[in-house]
Ligand binder design. Structure first.
Ligand code: BG6
Length: 483
C-alpha cells in the first residue's frame, strides 16, 4: 500500500516563468515575452483578456520594458539556478520539471544550428541537478515558441512549423542525451482553443477562421509530438516520452440528464488531445464535431500513420481545480479556473483567485485517466496560488498551502491504493514565479518565497516558507508523514 519505491517527488517550473534573461546570450523573443501584466483577468471573458493582438505585439517589440512584461525578467533563474537547485536538493527532490526555451536555442526558429550559449546554459542546469541526484523531466514546449514563428506563420496553424520544432527537439535529444531520460512534448496541449497565442502562436486577428486555425494547429502539434517521440526513442534508447494534458475535471451540476449530457460533451472535448496521443487516432465524436462545424482539417494518410505508430509512453497532467456544467448556464455562478471559466461548485472553497479547491477531484482524475488509458500517469502540476506575507523575520506562515497539499496527497495515495500506476508528482511550483495567465508575482505557488513584487521590485532573495519543511518531510517519508 502507498507510493512505490522510487516515486518521483519534485517540483515543476517553466523557462518563460523563471529564467528572465529574455534578450541575452543570443536568445530570441518568445510569445511569452510580449505577454503583459494582467492582474484583473475577467472571469467572464478569459480568452479575450489573456490574448494578444497584432497591435499589442508590435507595441511590445518596440520596448525593452520588463515591468509591464514580467516574463522577460522571471525570477532570474538564468543566473540564480545553482542556488535554486541547491534548495530543491535540500527539499529532497527526486525530479525537477523544467522546460527548454525554444528561442534560447533557435532565436527565430528558422536557424539550422542551435545557439551554443543556449545549449551551454541547459547543460549547466542539468549538471547542477545531477549533483543532487535530481532527475530532469523536460518539457519541450511550454508556452514559449519563438515569436518570429508566430508572426511569420501564424504559429502552429502552418504545417511548416512541424519541421522547425523537430529540428529543435532533435538538437535537444542529441545534446542532452546523457542528461535527460524523461521528456514531455507540449505543455497542456489541449489548451490551443483556450489561449491560442501562448499555446500555439496563433494571433487571433491574423486568422480568417480562428476555429479552423486552432484545430489545424492542434493537428500539427499532434503530428510533431508523435514524430519527436519517435526521434527521442531512437536517439536516447530507454527514454520515456509523455503527453501533458490539462485535467479539467467537470461534474454535472445536478442529476438532471440534461446537465449530465452537457458535462459529458465537455469531457469529450477535454479528453480529445489525450485520446489522439494515447490511442493514436482521433475520437469519432471529435471528427464529427469537425464536420458539423464545417472545419476542414488537413489530416493526411501519412499523418494518420505517424500518429498510430508513435504513441506516448506515459500520460502526464496538471490538476488544479474542477468545474460544474449545466445545460442552462443561468443555473450557474461562474468562477475562474486554470485557463478557463467554469461553473462554480457550491460544495467547494476557492482560492484567492477563485479556483475551486477539490482534492477528491484529483483522485477522480487519476482514476478516470488510468481507467481510460491504462498508461502510467504522472502528476506534473498541482498547487495553489495564494497571497503570502513575508514577516519581518523573513518567514512565511503558509498553513493554507500545507492544508491544500496534504488533502491532495491523501487523495492521490488513495488512488494509488485503488490500483493507479503513478510515476511521480511535481508540485507547481516549488518556488514563486511569474504567473502564466496574469503575469503576477503576487500569485505565489512556492515552498520558497522570492522577494520580488508584481513590478519586479525587490531583492530577489529566496526564503523558505513553513511549507518547505513540511514538503521535505513528506518526500523523506515517501508520502507517509503528512502531519
Ligand atoms: C498551468 C501552466 O496552466 O497552470 C503553468 O502549465 C501555470 O505554466 C499554471 O503557471 C498555473 O497557472 P497561473 O496562471 O496561476 O500561473
Amino acid at each position: 500500500m502507498g507510493l512505490k519505491k522510487g516515486f518521483l517527488w519534485g517540483g515543476a517550473i517553466a523557462a518563460n516563468q523563471v529564467e528572465g534573461a529574455w534578450n541575452i546570450d543570443g536568445k530570441g523573443p518568445s510569445v511569452a515575452d510580449v505577454a503583459t501584466y494582467k492582474p484583473n483577468v475577467d472571469v467572464k471573458d478569459y480568452k479575450k483578456q489573456v490574448g494578444v493582438t497584432s497591435e499589442s505585439i508590435d507595441k511590445a517589440l518596440h520596448t525593452k520594458d520588463t515591468e509591464y512584461y514580467p516574463k522577460r525578467r522571471g525570477i532570474d533563474f538564468y543566473h540564480r539556478y545553482p542556488e535554486d537547485i541547491k534548495l530543491f536538493g535540500e527539499l529532497g527532490f527526486k525530479t525537477l520539471r523544467i522546460s527548454i526555451a525554444w528561442s534560447r536555442l533557435f532565436p527565430t526558429g528558422e536557424e539550422k544550428e542551435a545557439n551554443p550559449l543556449g545549449i551551454k546554459f541547459y547543460k549547466k542546469v542539468f549538471h547542477e541537478m545531477h549533483k543532487y541526484n535530481i532527475e530532469p523531466l523536460v518539457t519541450l514546449s511550454h508556452y514559449e515558441m519563438p515569436l518570429y514563428l508566430a508572426i511569420k506563420y501564424n504559429g502552429w496553424s502552418d504545417r511548416r512549423v512541424i519541421s522547425m520544432f523537430r529540428r529543435f527537439c532533435d538538437s535537444c535529444f542529441y545534446e542532452f542525451k546523457d542528461d535527460v531520460k524523461y521528456w514531455l512534448t507540449f505543455n497542456e496541449i489541449d489548451s490551443v482553443t483556450r489561449h491560442p497565442f501562448t499555446s500555439a502562436g496563433i494571433i487571433p486577428d491574423e486568422s480568417e477562421n480562428l476555429l479552423q486555425d486552432e484545430y489545424q494547429a492542434f493537428h500539427h502539434q499532434f503530428v510533431a509530438s508523435a514524430l519527436v517521440t519517435k526521434d527521442c526513442h531512437k536517439i536516447i534508447p530507454g527514454s520515456k516520452v509523455g503527453c501533458m494534458l490539462t485535467k479539467l475535471t467537470d461534474y454535472p451540476n445536478s442529476s438532471d440528464p440534461r446537465d449530465v449530457l452537457t458535462s459529458f460533451n465537455k469531457n469529450v472535448m477535454n479528453y480529445f488531445a489525450g485520446d489522439v496521443q494515447v490511442f493514436g487516432e482521433y475520437p469519432p465524436l471529435v471528427l464529427n464535431f469537425f464536420k458539423k462545424n464545417n472545419l476542414h482539417i488537413e489530416i493526411t494518410d501519412k499523418d494518420r500513420q505517424i500518429l498510430r505508430n508513435n504513441t506516448v509512453d506515459f500520460v502526464s497532467f496538471s490538476y488544479y481545480m474542477s468545474t460544474v456544467s449545466s445545460y442552462d448556464k443561468g443555473n450557474l455562478e461562474l468562477t475562474a479556473g486554470n485557463t478557463i471559466v467554469g461553473g462554480k461548485n457550491p460544495h467547494l472553497k476557492t482560492t484567492d483567485w477563485g479556483w475551486t479547491v477539490d482534492p477528491i477531484g484529483l483522485r477522480i482524475s487519476l482514476l478516470e485517466l488510468y481507467d481510460r488509458y491504462h498508461k502510467p500517469l504522472f502528476i506534473v502540476e498541482n498547487g495553489m496560488g495564494a497571497k503570502d506575507t513575508l514577516t519581518d523575520d523573513k518567514k512565511v506562515h503558509d498553513d493554507y498551502r500545507i492544508d491544500y497539499f496534504r488533502e491532495h496527497f491523501r487523495e492521490m495515495i488513495k488512488a494509488v491504493d485503488a490500483g493507479v500506476d503513478l510515476m511521480g508528482y511535481t508540485s507547481w511550483a516549488p518556488i514563486d514565479l511569474v504567473s502564466a495567465s496574469t503575469s503576477q508575482m503576487s500569485k505565489r505557488y512556492g515552498f520558497i518565497y522570492v522577494d520580488e513584487d508584481d513590478l519586479g521590485k525587490g531583492t530577489l532573495n529566496r526564503y523558505k516558507k513553513d511549507s518547505f519543511d513540511w514538503y521535505q518531510k513528506v518526500i523523506a517519508s515517501n508520502g507517509k508523514n503528512l502531519d
